[in-house]
Design a protein. Structure first.
Lengths: 213, 372
């Protein structure tokens, strides 16, 4: 039997994924060991390999078949726009992609004027403003602390992930519009789905029973 | 001035061993094409934009390499052979009178910047069978696909066959609004079972149809999938689609290649011109299909001569990658015989080299300096 390789998103998403995998009898103790310097973790019994990657890289690994399966957030799948099967919503890691800004910016979203939008997700922001709202905007790509942009006057609004909204509140910002809901998804390489049909389908079925149950 | 030594992103040099392997591979595939009596054709590397326009339904316009001629016409580097060959066929042959079978080899160009790490220029080899709507034609192309892959040295692969009419007919019956239909198509393409379930259950459909639509993403695998697909619906067009696949499978048995064939009713392609069966071949070691093909009964209409047709292409570069990743070494490596000579031995050396070459040997002449 071949190894099935599973790419997990580093951080909390990986922990939650491993929790749910444990419930269906797929375990990998090594990967939980925080001190380990290993990059690849193997479950010999089930012929599974795991590795941890940065979120936006997970769809890349899966598209090229370096990983057969990946678990990552809907935000990175949308942003990367790669060719793969998105087979299941795992339900956890739920949050929202939103347009946020100071209350005063709300009206700017209604009269089609050119505004600046700071975001870590230029593709999602572009798609939302151009194709859904038909508003021309200038997109500024940032790599972190997006909330800062409207405060220091780099942009009028931001497009970012909102979980509890407490960071926004502390900085005097509000959710102005919701772009889409987000959560963890399971993605599968298109060729792997055909070549390892049975094993992958069983994995999906088992996970689904746990989630629904 | 800064001198440039590297190639632009997405194109590359192929040399030495890899180049020789690629050519050997192409020779093997060409032999299969010839074995089935397909005639060779060459079409130009660039054509008028209209040949690859949106109505034709090939690679999306933004992914094409476009430029202008002196008169201001838009020209396009060929992204896909099928429209070119269809155009040529409509011009020079009469597919309505007699079946035309053509094969080709060449470069294709797709400018997709977002796909880093993917080649923008690839070598494709393919065939088109024009003016033939029979299941026998479908089966012949599937058999050729299998044979080409076997000839390449590949042993573990799968040819997955879909039928766009099945899904289309169920969709027609469901009469969803445009948005829901588009969303359903997407979910099925992603094999997002639960997404499909949710969406279909939210629509007010009769039970049988709802169950059938929910089953589509599960409808892939071996021969038994056909029985399942048939049991799900009474829709005449859908049943016909399944019957077609059954017939094709029976013919594949005569060829003896049925073990390589599997079915997938949820297969959709980015290429819009496909009308009946579509198929893709997969193997381990490459995340992309090696072969892509399908029936395109409406394409030739664009070029003035309607004719039912089917074709496929082999992406030679992907196949080569798969072979090397699977460590399949079936290529011959014959090093040339190096004949060294010194200045005064020139005549003997050339005569000997020519004699050996006539015998079919590879001989490289190398002059050595005296005293070395």
């Amino acid at each position: 039997m071949r190894y099935l390789t599973i790419a997990l998103t580093k951080g909390r998403l990986a922990q939650e994924t491993l929790d749910i995998f444990e419930k269906i009898g797929v375990t990998c103790e090594e990967i939980r060991d925080k001190d380990s310097r290993k990059l690849i973790f193997v479950n010999e019994e089930l012929k599974l390999k795991f590795f941890l990657a940065k979120g936006p890289d997970v769809p890349t690994y899966v598209e090229y078949g370096a990983a057969d399966i990946g678990i990552t957030g809907k935000d990175t799948i949308l942003e990367e726009g790669r060719k793969l099967y998105e087979v299941m919503d795992l339900g956890f890691g739920a949050c929202r992609m939103c347009v946020c800004g100071p209350e005063s910016a709300r009206e700017l979203l209604h009269n089609n004027q050119l505004i600046r939008v700071a975001t870590k997700y230029p593709n999602i922001a572009k798609d939302y403003f151009y194709n859904k709202k038909h508003q021309t905007v200038e997109i500024i790509k940032l790599n972190g602390s997006i909330e800062l942009a409207p405060i220091v006057g780099l942009s009028e609004v931001i497009v970012d992930i909102v979980e509890t909204g407490s960071t926004l509140k502390e900085n005097g910002l509000k959710v102005l519009e919701e772009v889409c809901p987000l959560s963890a998804r399971m993605i599968v390489n298109q060729v792997s789905m055909k070549m390892e049909d049975e094993r992958i389908r069983k994995l999906i079925g088992d996970l689904r029973n746990v989630i629904k149950g | 001035m800064q001198r440039i030594f590297h190639t632009p992103e997405g194109v590359r040099d192929i040399y030495s061993r890899e180049c020789s392997q690629k050519h050997q591979l192409q020779d093997r595939i060409r032999k299969v094409f010839q074995g089935y009596g397909y005639e060779e054709i060459e079409t130009p590397t660039f054509e008028y934009f209209e040949v690859f326009s949106r109505e034709v339904g090939t690679v999306p316009s933004r992914d094409l390499y476009k430029f202008f001629d002196r008169e201001g016409n838009t020209l396009v580097l060929r992204p896909d052979f099928t429209p070119s060959v269809s155009r040529a066929c409509a011009t020079y042959f009469s597919p309505e009178k007699e079946v035309v079978t053509l094969s080709y080899t060449g470069q294709t160009f797709v400018n997709s910047s977002s796909y880093q790490g993917r080649l923008k220029e690839t070598t494709q080899m393919g065939v088109e069978r024009i003016g033939d709507d029979s299941p026998e034609a479908d089966a012949e192309l599937l058999a050729m696909t299998v044979e080409c892959l076997l000839a390449s040295g590949l042993r573990e692969f799968q040819v997955s066959v879909g039928q766009v009419d099945y899904f289309k007919s169920l969709l027609g019956e469901a009469e969803l609004d445009e948005e829901a239909e588009e969303r359903l198509r997407e979910l099925i393409a992603e094999k997002n079972y639960f997404g499909v379930e949710e969406l279909v259950e939210g629509q007010n459909l009769n039970q049988d149809l709802s169950a059938a639509l929910q089953q589509i993403p599960h409808l892939f695998g071996s021969r038994e999938v056909l029985d399942r697909a048939r049991s799900l619906t009474d829709n005449p067009m859908a049943v016909q689609a399944v019957e077609r696949l059954e017939k094709i499978y029976e013919i594949m048995k005569i060829y003896g290649y049925e073990k390589y064939i599997s079915f997938d009713f949820g297969m959709v392609s980015k290429i819009q011109y496909y009308t009946g069966i579509i198929f893709q071949a997969y193997t381990y070691g490459t995340g992309e299909p090696l072969v892509k093909g399908g029936r395109y009964n409406n394409l030739l209409k664009h070029f003035g001569t309607p004719a039912a047709s089917i074709g496929f292409v082999i992406v030679v570069d992907s196949l080569l990658t798969a072979l090397s990743r699977q460590k399949i070494e079936t290529f011959q490596e014959e090093e040339p015989y190096v004949l060294t000579y010194t200045e005064d031995m020139l005549e003997e050396a050339v005569v000997k080299a020519q004699r050996l070459r006539k015998e079919g040997r590879r001989v490289a002449l190398r002059k050595v300096k005296e005293g070395c």
